[in-house]
Design a protein around this ligand. Structure first.
Ligand code: ITT
Length: 215
């Protein structure tokens, strides 16, 4: 089975590839959207939950590419901000509006907004988690499998973060539980994948893929 990793985020593609490669899925060939050598219009992520958006992306890209598609919708939930940035994590600095701003600049502005909104909140009240929902859709638009993963942590205070050069998005702000000693941007890619929301969701999806391709 050829499966397109249906994301425009190269960091996600790299993390997903690494985890799924480690799962030894012999009947599965993974390709990225970039490998297909064409541009595809990005579907509007209008779902109210990560799970809905994952299904939207997987089915939209499956229809566009004609292949099975695996999509990831993910983001950061901060308890002190009532779960924000949540489903608008990627565009938090513009209230969820897609303005065409480059990813690097967006990440930086998103991080600044989060730190600003948490100003004065002590470390023990900065609990947060990364959430990842995945969906696998067939070319006919059927959702064949879904999976979820989470990673608990805290958003560091300004004396501790930003720190680290790996990863992307909110990683430089996110102190990983249970010891909150390093940010997820300080973890080597392998270590992040072993602990992360995306790693967990991908390993669960691999189990689903083994089941699907075995029949
Ligand atoms: P696609 O929709 O093309 O997959 P995207 O980056 O826009 O790419 P999402 O809509 O799922 O993806 O938004 C995910 C955002 O959540 C991402 O841009 C980061 O801001 C944040 N995020 C998700 N996983 C993360 C991780 O592992 N480390 C840091 N930030 C993460």
């Amino acid at each position: 089975m050829k499966i397109v990793l249906a994301t425009g985020n190269q960091h996600k593609t790299a993390e997903l590839r690494a985890v799924l490669a480690g799962e030894g899925l012999r009947a599965v060939e993974l390709v990225s959207l970039a490998d297909l050598g064409r541009d595809f219009p990005e579907p509007a992520e209008i779902g109210a939950t990560f799970a809905e958006n994952a299904r939207i992306k997987a089915t939209a890209y499956a229809a566009l590419t004609g292949f099975h598609c695996l999509a990831d919708d993910s983001g950061l939930e901060i308890d002190a901000l009532e779960g924000r940035p949540g489903v608008i994590s990627s565009h938090y600095c513009t209230q969820g509006l897609e303005t065409g701003m480059a990813r690097g600049e967006r990440d930086e502005r998103n991080n600044r907004r989060v730190m600003h909104e948490l100003e004065g909140v002590p470390l023990d009240r900065r609990a947060a988690r990364f959430v990842c929902e995945m969906a696998l859709a067939s070319p006919e638009g059927r959702v064949l499998a879904t999976s979820r993963g989470t990673m608990e942590g805290r958003i560091g205070t300004p004396d501790r973060v930003p720190r680290g050069a790996h990863g992307f998005g909110y990683d430089p702000l996110f102190l990983v539980a249970p010891d909150f000693a390093s940010t997820s941007a300080e973890l080597e890619p392998k270590a992040k994948n072993a602990l992360s929301h995306r790693g967990e969701a991908a390993r669960r999806m691999a189990a689903e893929l083994r089941r699907i391709t075995a029949v």
